[in-house]
Design a protein around this ligand. Structure first.
Ligand code: SF4
Ligand code: SF4
Length: 470
């Protein structure tokens, strides 16, 4: 039998539930979770899986609705294309996300870890389920581990690893679809690895990384690697909602003894909350870094409380202060501060996102040049046009004079604004001298792609400069 996970109260913070006294890893065999919270988590997980697997196939104007092509520096969020030109919006979006996480954690603790984090969702809802299906519940898994290598054990262990690797390949492919899009992924899958060598290596690497994480690394990812988990110590306070054991109600704990008058709390010391824990901790010792808020201990304890006719919720979502003072949820000055910062960031971000256009155009008279006299009493000005095309498509651009007569001569012919590039060119406006009423007059341009007007720009036109007589 595996060593029991429960530790004396005063030493639990000096050791990890997943490491034995010699510093060797203690493999965790959590009991199969069941209960209402687990059912809700299964539903949430399937919604997340649907989002993760279906979204890369959804397109708007032949472009994916989401794309995070880090190497190609192309990002699409809800159909809006962001590129290097929108760096400041993406940076602000990241800062807003970090502040949101800080605020959310200060109030609700690690809810994200238990319900949304891909590591927990895939581990507990996919890989662990496969393991229960093939190897059975906690006790059977432990027995199988200790047993000698029989034919049955080889089949079970081998088939589990094959399925784990197959799922890892699927997850790797989905991740790549989010990064480069399903069309490019299709080419990587269907064509020779030599044609898409980088894509092939990425797929292979991600597959092995996911396989390593979910088949072996497991809770180590949350406890040793995840920076969010490490930050809990500074993000949580006594008013943060965490998964908490009600020690006022539960202590002194003790086993129920029939026909004996006992002066004990509601915890019957059955150890069920410890046996279901995927990170091997005893939540009765208090909030710990290892707790990923998976709610398995709440379900397990509620089941026990039901059996012994005591109220549910001995382990529940609550803050330390709520438990100690039997009080309600309280808003702290820190939460108010984070909320104000978050509100300001969200307002600026919304303004930038809403006023952002796919194409930016600037038109300026070419510096250092005045007007040029042309044949037939005409006069011209040379202008610079700069077009920032944030879309992925090449777009034909045309210019019209809004008011007045004049001819536009684009240097080098028509303008094609290359996708994701800045296009710069020059054009001449040629006007009849008699149309020009003053030395400097206002002129307005309308800029189009196809039939769609994308911008109206006001600038000035310089008329004939009379030379002063000596
Ligand atoms: S499951 Fe509940 S009753 Fe059993 S040990 Fe844990 S806290 Fe106590
Ligand atoms: S203590 Fe409870 S909520 Fe935290 S990881 Fe263990 S089982 Fe999950």
């Amino acid at each position: 039998m595996e060593e029991t996970f429960q530790k004396p109260k005063d030493v639990f913070r000096d050791s990890l539930g997943i490491v034995d006294k010699k510093g060797k890893r203690k493999w965790i065999f959590p009991k199969k979770p069941k209960g209402s919270l687990h059912k809700s988590r299964v539903i949430v997980s399937w919604i997340l899986f649907a989002f993760l697997f279906i979204t890369p196939f959804i397109k708007i104007d032949n472009e994916p609705i989401f794309l995070f092509d880090v190497f190609g520096r192309k990002f699409i969020i809800l159909g809006a294309i962001f590129g290097p030109h929108d760096f400041y919006i993406l940076l602000l979006g990241m800062i807003t996300l970090v502040v949101f996480i800080l605020l959310f954690t200060a109030v609700y603790g690690r809810v994200f870890c238990g319900w949304i984090c891909p590591q927990t969702v895939f581990m507990e809802m996919v890989f662990r389920k496969v393991e229960y299906w093939i190897e059975g519940d906690s006790k059977q898994q432990q027995l199988l581990k200790k047993s000698s290598w029989t034919f049955e054990k080889i089949i079970k262990k081998f088939s589990k690893q094959i399925i784990f690797f197959a799922i890892s390949i699927i997850i790797a492919n989905v991740l790549i679809a989010w990064l480069i899009g399903v069309d490019k992924l299709y080419l990587v899958i269907t064509q020779s690895p030599s044609v898409h060598f980088a894509g092939f290596i990425a797929m292979l690497s991600f597959s092995f990384i996911f396989y390593g994480i979910f088949s072996w690394f497991r809770e180590y990812a949350c406890i040793y690697v995840c920076p969010y988990g490490r930050l809990q110590g500074v993000l949580l306070d006594a008013n943060s909602i965490v998964i908490a054991y009600d020690f006022i109600r539960g202590e002194p704990r003790g086993k129920i003894k029939k026909n004996e008058q006992q002066n004990i709390g509601d915890c019957i010391d059955c150890n069920q909350c410890v046996e279901v824990c995927p990170t091997g901790i005893d939540i009765r010792n208090g909030t710990q870094l290892e707790c990923i808020n998976c709610t398995a201990c709440i379900d397990a304890c509620n089941f026990v409380m039901n059996k012994v006719n005591r109220p549910k919720g001995l382990i529940r979502y609550a803050s330390l202060n709520q438990i100690k003072e039997r009080s309600k949820f309280r808003i702290t000055p820190r939460m108010i501060g984070y909320s104000i910062v978050l509100f300001v960031l969200l307002s600026v971000l919304s303004f930038l996102a809403l006023t952002r256009t796919d194409i930016d155009v600037t038109i300026l008279r070419t510096p250092g040049l005045l007007s040029q006299e042309q044949a037939d009493n005409k006069i011209s000005n040379l202008f610079d046009i700069k077009i920032t095309n944030k879309t992925f498509m090449d777009l034909p651009v045309s210019i019209k004079i809004k008011k007045g007569k004049g001819e536009i001569k684009i240097i080098g012919g028509g303008i094609i604004a290359k996708g994701q590039q800045i296009t710069e060119t020059k054009f001449l406006i040629v006007m009849d001298e008699e149309e020009i009423k003053s030395t400097i007059s206002n002129i307005a341009f309308e800029v189009y792609t196809g039939d769609k007007q994308i911008k109206e720009i006001q600038t000035t036109f310089i008329g004939k400069i009379e030379e002063e007589e000596d």
